[in-house]
Design a protein around this ligand. Structure first.
Ligand SMILES: [Zn+2]
Length: 333
Protein backbone atom coordinates (compact mmCIF):
# COMPACT_ATOMS: atom_id res chain seq x y z
CA UNK A 1 0.00 0.00 0.00
CA UNK A 2 1.24 3.49 -0.82
CA UNK A 3 2.22 5.77 2.06
CA UNK A 4 -0.23 8.25 3.57
CA UNK A 5 0.54 11.65 1.98
CA UNK A 6 2.04 14.25 4.34
CA UNK A 7 -0.28 17.01 3.18
CA UNK A 8 -3.37 14.83 3.70
CA UNK A 9 -2.82 14.68 7.47
CA UNK A 10 -5.57 16.61 9.25
CA UNK A 11 -4.45 18.84 12.13
CA UNK A 12 -1.17 17.96 13.90
CA UNK A 13 0.05 21.42 12.98
CA UNK A 14 2.81 21.53 15.60
CA UNK A 15 4.11 18.12 14.59
CA UNK A 16 4.19 19.06 10.93
CA UNK A 17 5.92 22.35 11.69
CA UNK A 18 8.57 20.67 13.86
CA UNK A 19 9.27 18.10 11.15
CA UNK A 20 9.64 20.75 8.47
CA UNK A 21 12.04 22.70 10.70
CA UNK A 22 14.07 19.54 11.37
CA UNK A 23 14.14 18.76 7.64
CA UNK A 24 15.54 22.23 6.91
CA UNK A 25 18.03 22.13 9.79
CA UNK A 26 18.62 18.54 11.02
CA UNK A 27 21.16 19.86 13.55
CA UNK A 28 18.27 21.25 15.58
CA UNK A 29 18.53 18.14 17.79
CA UNK A 30 15.47 16.01 17.27
CA UNK A 31 11.80 16.22 18.15
CA UNK A 32 10.04 14.92 21.27
CA UNK A 33 6.37 14.12 20.67
CA UNK A 34 3.95 14.11 23.58
CA UNK A 35 0.53 12.59 23.17
CA UNK A 36 -1.92 9.90 24.03
CA UNK A 37 -1.87 6.46 22.51
CA UNK A 38 -3.56 6.06 19.16
CA UNK A 39 -3.16 9.64 18.00
CA UNK A 40 -1.02 8.61 15.04
CA UNK A 41 2.12 10.21 16.47
CA UNK A 42 4.41 8.58 13.94
CA UNK A 43 2.18 9.09 10.88
CA UNK A 44 3.47 12.55 10.00
CA UNK A 45 7.13 11.53 10.48
CA UNK A 46 6.71 8.47 8.27
CA UNK A 47 4.89 10.51 5.66
CA UNK A 48 7.61 13.15 5.60
CA UNK A 49 10.40 10.56 5.21
CA UNK A 50 8.51 8.96 2.33
CA UNK A 51 7.91 12.33 0.70
CA UNK A 52 11.58 13.35 0.57
CA UNK A 53 13.46 12.57 -2.64
CA UNK A 54 15.45 9.30 -2.63
CA UNK A 55 19.08 9.56 -1.56
CA UNK A 56 22.12 8.39 -3.52
CA UNK A 57 24.14 5.72 -1.75
CA UNK A 58 27.16 3.61 -2.64
CA UNK A 59 25.89 0.23 -3.76
CA UNK A 60 26.44 -2.47 -1.16
CA UNK A 61 27.62 -0.09 1.56
CA UNK A 62 25.97 -1.00 4.84
CA UNK A 63 26.69 2.45 6.28
CA UNK A 64 24.56 4.37 3.78
CA UNK A 65 27.47 6.46 2.46
CA UNK A 66 26.86 9.05 -0.23
CA UNK A 67 28.93 8.50 -3.39
CA UNK A 68 32.10 10.57 -3.25
CA UNK A 69 31.75 11.16 0.50
CA UNK A 70 34.77 12.63 2.24
CA UNK A 71 34.56 10.80 5.59
CA UNK A 72 36.05 7.42 6.39
CA UNK A 73 33.75 4.41 6.06
CA UNK A 74 34.39 1.16 7.96
CA UNK A 75 33.05 -0.63 4.88
CA UNK A 76 35.79 0.95 2.72
CA UNK A 77 33.16 1.63 0.10
CA UNK A 78 34.81 4.34 -2.01
CA UNK A 79 34.60 3.77 -5.73
CA UNK A 80 31.35 1.79 -5.63
CA UNK A 81 28.47 2.42 -8.00
CA UNK A 82 25.77 4.91 -6.93
CA UNK A 83 22.23 3.65 -6.39
CA UNK A 84 19.06 5.36 -5.22
CA UNK A 85 17.39 4.44 -1.96
CA UNK A 86 14.40 5.87 -0.09
CA UNK A 87 15.20 8.14 2.86
CA UNK A 88 15.63 5.71 5.78
CA UNK A 89 12.97 5.57 8.47
CA UNK A 90 14.05 3.31 11.31
CA UNK A 91 11.61 2.29 14.02
CA UNK A 92 13.45 1.37 17.19
CA UNK A 93 11.92 -1.89 18.46
CA UNK A 94 10.87 -1.96 22.10
CA UNK A 95 13.56 -3.61 24.18
CA UNK A 96 16.33 -2.98 21.64
CA UNK A 97 19.74 -3.66 23.13
CA UNK A 98 22.82 -1.49 23.00
CA UNK A 99 24.38 -3.95 20.51
CA UNK A 100 21.43 -3.72 18.19
CA UNK A 101 21.56 0.06 18.34
CA UNK A 102 25.29 0.71 18.02
CA UNK A 103 26.28 -2.40 16.12
CA UNK A 104 28.52 -5.11 17.51
CA UNK A 105 31.05 -7.77 16.78
CA UNK A 106 29.66 -10.39 14.39
CA UNK A 107 30.04 -13.24 16.86
CA UNK A 108 29.10 -16.05 14.54
CA UNK A 109 31.73 -15.00 12.03
CA UNK A 110 34.30 -14.47 14.77
CA UNK A 111 33.75 -18.02 16.00
CA UNK A 112 33.68 -19.52 12.52
CA UNK A 113 36.62 -17.77 10.89
CA UNK A 114 38.38 -15.93 13.70
CA UNK A 115 37.80 -12.63 11.90
CA UNK A 116 36.65 -9.72 14.02
CA UNK A 117 34.05 -8.03 11.87
CA UNK A 118 31.72 -5.26 12.96
CA UNK A 119 28.04 -5.74 12.20
CA UNK A 120 26.41 -2.29 11.83
CA UNK A 121 23.40 -1.50 14.02
CA UNK A 122 20.27 0.58 13.70
CA UNK A 123 22.20 3.86 13.95
CA UNK A 124 23.97 2.99 10.71
CA UNK A 125 20.66 2.19 9.07
CA UNK A 126 19.16 5.51 10.16
CA UNK A 127 22.04 7.53 8.65
CA UNK A 128 20.67 10.38 6.50
CA UNK A 129 17.13 9.65 7.60
CA UNK A 130 14.92 9.37 10.67
CA UNK A 131 15.14 7.34 13.85
CA UNK A 132 11.77 6.96 15.55
CA UNK A 133 11.46 5.76 19.13
CA UNK A 134 7.98 5.05 20.39
CA UNK A 135 7.60 5.37 24.16
CA UNK A 136 11.10 6.65 24.66
CA UNK A 137 10.32 7.04 28.37
CA UNK A 138 10.43 3.24 28.65
CA UNK A 139 13.95 3.08 27.22
CA UNK A 140 16.81 2.89 29.72
CA UNK A 141 18.30 6.28 30.50
CA UNK A 142 21.78 5.34 29.37
CA UNK A 143 20.48 4.33 25.94
CA UNK A 144 18.58 7.60 25.57
CA UNK A 145 21.73 9.45 26.61
CA UNK A 146 23.74 7.55 24.05
CA UNK A 147 21.21 8.21 21.28
CA UNK A 148 21.20 11.91 22.04
CA UNK A 149 25.02 11.95 21.97
CA UNK A 150 25.10 10.36 18.53
CA UNK A 151 22.26 12.58 17.26
CA UNK A 152 24.20 15.65 18.38
CA UNK A 153 27.63 14.59 17.07
CA UNK A 154 26.46 12.86 13.89
CA UNK A 155 28.92 10.06 14.55
CA UNK A 156 28.73 6.64 16.16
CA UNK A 157 31.90 5.57 17.93
CA UNK A 158 32.15 1.96 19.11
CA UNK A 159 35.12 1.05 21.27
CA UNK A 160 34.67 -2.34 22.89
CA UNK A 161 35.20 -6.08 22.48
CA UNK A 162 38.48 -5.20 20.80
CA UNK A 163 36.55 -3.27 18.16
CA UNK A 164 37.32 0.30 17.26
CA UNK A 165 34.84 1.59 14.72
CA UNK A 166 33.45 4.98 13.88
CA UNK A 167 30.93 5.82 11.21
CA UNK A 168 28.72 8.75 10.28
CA UNK A 169 25.21 8.61 11.78
CA UNK A 170 23.33 11.79 11.01
CA UNK A 171 19.61 11.42 11.54
CA UNK A 172 16.60 13.25 12.89
CA UNK A 173 15.76 11.69 16.23
CA UNK A 174 12.06 11.54 17.01
CA UNK A 175 10.96 10.28 20.39
CA UNK A 176 7.38 9.85 21.49
CA UNK A 177 5.96 9.43 24.92
CA UNK A 178 2.80 9.60 26.91
CA UNK A 179 3.42 11.88 29.91
CA UNK A 180 0.96 9.83 31.96
CA UNK A 181 3.15 6.73 31.65
CA UNK A 182 6.31 8.05 33.23
CA UNK A 183 8.39 11.02 32.30
CA UNK A 184 11.75 11.41 30.72
CA UNK A 185 14.28 12.94 33.10
CA UNK A 186 14.53 16.74 32.59
CA UNK A 187 18.25 16.45 31.75
CA UNK A 188 17.37 14.19 28.82
CA UNK A 189 14.33 16.16 27.77
CA UNK A 190 16.37 19.34 27.60
CA UNK A 191 18.63 17.77 25.00
CA UNK A 192 15.81 17.42 22.49
CA UNK A 193 15.68 20.38 20.15
CA UNK A 194 11.91 20.69 19.85
CA UNK A 195 8.86 19.22 21.50
CA UNK A 196 5.30 19.00 20.24
CA UNK A 197 1.89 17.96 21.51
CA UNK A 198 -0.21 15.64 19.39
CA UNK A 199 -3.80 15.46 20.54
CA UNK A 200 -6.88 13.74 19.25
CA UNK A 201 -8.78 16.40 17.30
CA UNK A 202 -11.84 17.57 19.22
CA UNK A 203 -13.82 19.24 16.44
CA UNK A 204 -16.36 16.87 14.90
CA UNK A 205 -15.73 18.09 11.36
CA UNK A 206 -12.00 17.32 11.74
CA UNK A 207 -12.74 13.82 12.99
CA UNK A 208 -15.13 13.22 10.12
CA UNK A 209 -12.53 14.48 7.65
CA UNK A 210 -9.91 12.11 9.12
CA UNK A 211 -12.28 9.17 8.73
CA UNK A 212 -13.10 10.22 5.19
CA UNK A 213 -9.44 10.45 4.17
CA UNK A 214 -8.45 7.19 5.86
CA UNK A 215 -11.30 5.42 4.06
CA UNK A 216 -10.22 6.89 0.72
CA UNK A 217 -6.62 5.85 1.41
CA UNK A 218 -7.67 2.29 2.32
CA UNK A 219 -9.93 1.95 -0.72
CA UNK A 220 -7.34 3.02 -3.29
CA UNK A 221 -4.06 4.25 -1.87
CA UNK A 222 -2.52 4.94 -5.28
CA UNK A 223 -5.40 7.18 -6.35
CA UNK A 224 -5.37 8.88 -2.96
CA UNK A 225 -1.62 9.57 -3.26
CA UNK A 226 -2.12 10.91 -6.78
CA UNK A 227 -4.84 13.25 -5.51
CA UNK A 228 -2.42 14.74 -2.94
CA UNK A 229 0.71 14.66 -5.09
CA UNK A 230 0.54 18.34 -5.99
CA UNK A 231 0.19 19.45 -2.36
CA UNK A 232 3.02 17.15 -1.32
CA UNK A 233 5.16 18.59 -4.07
CA UNK A 234 4.59 22.08 -2.67
CA UNK A 235 5.84 20.89 0.73
CA UNK A 236 8.91 19.43 -0.94
CA UNK A 237 9.63 22.70 -2.76
CA UNK A 238 9.24 24.58 0.50
CA UNK A 239 11.78 22.34 2.24
CA UNK A 240 14.22 22.62 -0.67
CA UNK A 241 13.94 26.41 -0.65
CA UNK A 242 14.41 26.46 3.13
CA UNK A 243 17.56 24.36 2.89
CA UNK A 244 18.97 26.62 0.17
CA UNK A 245 18.23 29.81 2.09
CA UNK A 246 19.08 28.77 5.64
CA UNK A 247 22.75 29.79 5.63
CA UNK A 248 21.92 33.31 4.46
CA UNK A 249 19.14 34.13 6.92
CA UNK A 250 20.06 37.12 9.07
CA UNK A 251 19.26 37.38 12.75
CA UNK A 252 18.86 41.03 13.82
CA UNK A 253 20.27 41.95 17.26
CA UNK A 254 16.83 43.01 18.45
CA UNK A 255 15.54 39.48 17.81
CA UNK A 256 18.33 37.96 19.89
CA UNK A 257 17.38 40.32 22.71
CA UNK A 258 13.75 39.21 22.31
CA UNK A 259 14.78 35.56 22.52
CA UNK A 260 16.92 36.11 25.62
CA UNK A 261 14.16 38.15 27.28
CA UNK A 262 11.56 35.51 26.55
CA UNK A 263 13.71 32.68 27.92
CA UNK A 264 14.41 34.57 31.11
CA UNK A 265 10.73 35.50 31.51
CA UNK A 266 9.51 31.90 31.31
CA UNK A 267 12.39 30.56 33.39
CA UNK A 268 14.51 28.47 31.04
CA UNK A 269 17.85 27.47 32.52
CA UNK A 270 21.02 27.48 30.49
CA UNK A 271 21.76 28.58 26.99
CA UNK A 272 20.34 25.61 25.11
CA UNK A 273 16.85 27.08 25.06
CA UNK A 274 17.97 30.37 23.58
CA UNK A 275 20.18 28.73 20.98
CA UNK A 276 17.47 26.31 19.89
CA UNK A 277 14.92 29.12 19.77
CA UNK A 278 17.17 31.14 17.43
CA UNK A 279 17.95 28.11 15.26
CA UNK A 280 14.31 27.12 14.95
CA UNK A 281 13.37 30.73 14.14
CA UNK A 282 15.98 30.83 11.37
CA UNK A 283 14.80 27.53 9.90
CA UNK A 284 11.20 28.74 10.03
CA UNK A 285 12.12 32.07 8.37
CA UNK A 286 13.91 30.06 5.65
CA UNK A 287 10.81 27.91 5.15
CA UNK A 288 8.74 31.07 4.79
CA UNK A 289 11.13 32.47 2.20
CA UNK A 290 12.12 35.46 4.38
CA UNK A 291 15.54 37.14 4.25
CA UNK A 292 15.80 37.75 7.98
CA UNK A 293 14.22 36.43 11.16
CA UNK A 294 11.20 38.47 12.25
CA UNK A 295 9.29 38.52 15.48
CA UNK A 296 6.42 36.49 14.00
CA UNK A 297 8.88 33.66 13.28
CA UNK A 298 10.11 33.70 16.86
CA UNK A 299 6.56 33.71 18.21
CA UNK A 300 5.55 30.76 15.99
CA UNK A 301 8.35 28.45 17.14
CA UNK A 302 8.75 29.54 20.79
CA UNK A 303 6.37 26.90 22.23
CA UNK A 304 8.17 24.12 20.31
CA UNK A 305 11.63 25.23 21.37
CA UNK A 306 10.91 26.07 25.01
CA UNK A 307 7.95 24.09 26.34
CA UNK A 308 9.99 21.09 27.51
CA UNK A 309 12.65 23.22 29.19
CA UNK A 310 10.59 25.16 31.70
CA UNK A 311 11.43 24.94 35.36
CA UNK A 312 8.56 23.73 37.49
CA UNK A 313 6.90 26.66 39.15
CA UNK A 314 5.09 25.61 42.33
CA UNK A 315 3.17 28.89 42.38
CA UNK A 316 1.99 28.52 38.81
CA UNK A 317 -0.18 25.53 38.03
CA UNK A 318 -0.90 26.49 34.43
CA UNK A 319 0.69 24.27 31.81
CA UNK A 320 3.98 25.00 30.02
CA UNK A 321 2.25 26.07 26.82
CA UNK A 322 0.04 28.55 28.69
CA UNK A 323 3.07 30.04 30.44
CA UNK A 324 4.86 30.56 27.13
CA UNK A 325 1.78 32.07 25.48
CA UNK A 326 1.42 34.51 28.38
CA UNK A 327 5.12 35.49 28.26
CA UNK A 328 4.87 36.03 24.50
CA UNK A 329 1.97 38.40 24.98
CA UNK A 330 3.60 40.26 27.86
CA UNK A 331 7.07 40.62 26.36
CA UNK A 332 6.65 40.67 22.63
CA UNK A 333 3.21 42.19 22.15
ZN1 LIG B 1 30.42 3.40 3.05
Amino acid sequence: MARFPFSAIVGQDEMKLALLIAAVDPSIGGVMVFGDRGTGKSTAARALAALLPPIQVVEGCRFGCAPGHAGACPGACTGGKAVKRPVPFVDLPLGATEDRLLGALDLERALRTGERVYEPGLLARAHRGFLYIDEINLLEDHLVDLLLDVAASGENVVEREGLSVRHAARFVLIGSGNPEEGELRPQLLDRFGLSVDVRTPKAIEDRVEIMRRCAAHDADSAAFAAHWAQEDDKVLQQIARGQRKLARIEVPDALMADAAGLCSAVGVDGLRGELTLMRASRAYAALKGAKAVRREHLVAVAPLALRHRLRRDVLDESGSSARIERALVEHLA
